[in-house]
Design a binder for this molecule. Sequence first.
Ligand SMILES: Nc1nc2c(c(=O)[nH]1)N[C@H]1C(S)=C(S)[C@@H](COP(=O)(O)OP(=O)(O)OC[C@H]3O[C@@H](n4cnc5c(=O)[nH]c(N)nc54)[C@H](O)[C@@H]3O)O[C@H]1N2
Ligand SMILES: Nc1nc2c(c(=O)[nH]1)N[C@H]1C(S)=C(S)[C@@H](COP(=O)(O)OP(=O)(O)OC[C@H]3O[C@@H](n4cnc5c(=O)[nH]c(N)nc54)[C@H](O)[C@@H]3O)O[C@H]1N2
Ligand code: SF4
Ligand SMILES: [Mo]
Length: 750
Amino acid sequence: MSAPAVEVTRPRVCPLCEATCGLAITTRGREVVAIRGDEDDVFSHGYLCPKATAVKHLDADPDRLRRPMIRRGSEWTEVTWEEAYAEVARRLPPIAAAHGRNAVAVYLGNPSAHHLTLQLYPRVLLRALGTPNVFSASTVDQMPKHVSAGLMFGTPLTIPVPDLDRTDFLLILGANPIVSNGSLMTAPDVRGKLRAIRERGGTIVVVDPKRTETAQVADQHIAIRPGSDALLLAALAHVLIAENLVRLGRLAEHTAGVDAVAAVVRDFAPETVASACGVAPEIIRTLARALARAERAAVYGRIGTCTQEFGTLASWLVDVLNVLTGNLDRAGGAMFTKAPAGAANTHGTPGRGKGFHTGRRHSRVRQAPEVLGEFPAACLAEEIETPGAGQIRALIAIAGNPVLSTPNGERLSGALASLDFMLSFDIYLNETSRHAHVILPGLSPLEQPHYDIALRQLAVRNVATYSPALFAPPADQHPEWESLLVIAGIALGQPPTADVAALDDFVVRQQIESILKTGDSPLAGRTADDVLAALAPRRGPERLLDLLLRTGPYGDWFGSRPGGLSLATLEANPHGLDLGPLEPRIPEVLRTPTGKIELAPEAILADVPRLRRALERPRAPFMLIGRRQLRSNNSWLHNVETMVRGRERCTLQVHPDDAARLGLHDGGSAEVRSRVGALRAPVEVTDAMMPGVVSLPHGWGHDLPGVRQQVAVRHAGVNTNLLADEAAIDPLSGNAVLCGIPVEIAPAGA
Ligand SMILES: Nc1nc2c(c(=O)[nH]1)N[C@H]1C(S)=C(S)[C@@H](COP(=O)(O)OP(=O)(O)OC[C@H]3O[C@@H](n4cnc5c(=O)[nH]c(N)nc54)[C@H](O)[C@@H]3O)O[C@H]1N2
Ligand SMILES: Nc1nc2c(c(=O)[nH]1)N[C@H]1C(S)=C(S)[C@@H](COP(=O)(O)OP(=O)(O)OC[C@H]3O[C@@H](n4cnc5c(=O)[nH]c(N)nc54)[C@H](O)[C@@H]3O)O[C@H]1N2
Ligand code: SF4
Ligand SMILES: [Mo]
């Protein structure tokens, strides 16, 4: 008889959102007993949100897939890994052989931003496939910010983050961090940080069509018509210039294009934009003056400013304001993180680079320009449906649920059903993966190592935290890096039984060689063999992470910087390593060809006439926006009972005046129609909404045939993306318009 397992508590970073809180997880044997906030975490100091406990249920969820599955018709069979790989090898290569590389597409979902393996290995598969048909959740999310930041600062992840701990004035547009816990702004306990701003005498202003939870803790809420942020921001810049409030400070010598910006915003006086924005001119002028007067201010925009018609213009203007007020790159303003691993703005020649380019290719059907090597997710269905050379016939979906998360989910669902072959890397049989022929499941989040390569590049402090796997994966399950390598091997013509270790050695060697080639290489004077030997015996994602840490800005550079960082250092500091507050980084952080901040990128200026035309457009009677919910995570936490119980949450929020006018009542049902679809949703009447604007959360709609999520299907809700129009995208970034969808509303059954 074995002794009863003892309880142990270990720290681990929460993988569920961008806040990266440290959890203290108590386990007994293979069971999670409790999850609390880790008081010793150097970044989150014990904070956690109600979502954290979902990790325990996710780990234990009987619906979570643990074995590969093959579908024949509507029958799913659990198979061995070898059988699943053989099935892929049988079905995938012939498609590329017969129809070319373009016939195989990839869709990458959001969890890949929170996942060490999925940060490092999908790109190996992409290279092996060589397909231009790459899509991701980025084009239903933050792509506009990548474009504006790339053009202004030189690399797409050089995104300024508000220095929450030191700012005195925070202007938030289109974000609700009290609920979302922050995005493109890695910051545990946003509520506490916002409270601290006000406690030290600072001011918070929230611009949002809804009086959100964040607006409720702010000094001022400005209700704005959906999609009009670029107009408001241009008017703010207009006032700064007209009233001689521009103070570039030390940025002056590093900034190009100030005059061009001044010329462009001249047309957008507060009086000109007021009616389109639904914001009085005096409010705009007062806000501009307060922003200019504040000692240390930051302007921050998120989902509401990105997933809209003028996403790139709005994202750009946010940072134009940060520059014009001299707040970019100074303490308490909007600053650049110096991340420990994988940041493009810490590699190569400091202060200068190749810059950022889009449109190297165009999508076949709509001619949408490539951005960051991707086409818009809103183009995926048409690329599958439209016959001709280059038509997509096979899809590999990696940690994504585009049927619920991208525009016109119904059309996409039909398109996926028509594919010759679909492979899903997923942990559930859900609305998207039900269309797959093969599903390769990932591990429990607790069975794999964790380090946030991307999110640490957007953190409000320089921090590094590594969490080793809490549990060993089941002996018969393959970690995702191995299955991704096997599929990459298959795409390269290797048998499904190829040697994973050899493939992985090849991947790390390529990475070493690319670092060897960079200017000012941290590996200068070494050979790839030396470096490989120094990384032994690590393998897989840990080995790549060690390489990135050691060649990063704090790294030990394999001995030439004694005392520098390596994975071993992080292993010795399981509650994280605090590398200090954000520090000014201009000009070193820049990678533009001119070595300057490009305040007026040509491509962006060329889009301004479209904004001007929006001033004259008739307005839709109702506009649909979205919202996030504390106990939710896009589409995939609804199978956790504790996250869905209680009152119905997938409701259409409507202002009382609109409800009265439309004949809707709280608890009743409404029929909502857009150009592309219709749905019925329960009505929630609330004066938090701006009149003329209604809100539905995304990620719901689980009652589709074939979904195997027992809890989620009982709390199905409706898929708001049945209403989102796949034709509506921000032209510069390809990002879908998910905020400000024109809709008609009527009582259901009327
Ligand atoms: N209308 C509207 N639509 C929106 C938004 C909105 O605000 N309004 N927001 C958009 C945003 S910001 C985002 S990020 C997208 C998200 O879009 P997606 O990334 O397409 O969707 P998710 O719901 O995040 O689905 C994640 C999938 O990954 C799976 N998964 C979870 N963990 C793992 C893992 O470890 N390995 C693997 N292989 N799979 C895993 C889940 O089961 C799920 O199927 O939705 C977007 N859609
Ligand atoms: N609990 C929870 N946390 C999450 C997620 C989740 O699903 N649940 N998802 C995660 C993901 S993937 C992301 S990307 C982040 C997003 O994080 P946030 O950007 O903070 O997302 P939201 O909470 O949706 O806030 C967007 C706000 O924009 C407003 N809005 C809509 N249209 C407009 C507009 O035209 N102009 C302006 N100014 N505002 C507008 C909406 O009313 C809403 O309050 O959250 C992450 N965190
Ligand atoms: S805020 Fe985000 S990272 Fe922190 S506990 Fe909640 S879900 Fe996890
Ligand atoms: Mo997102």
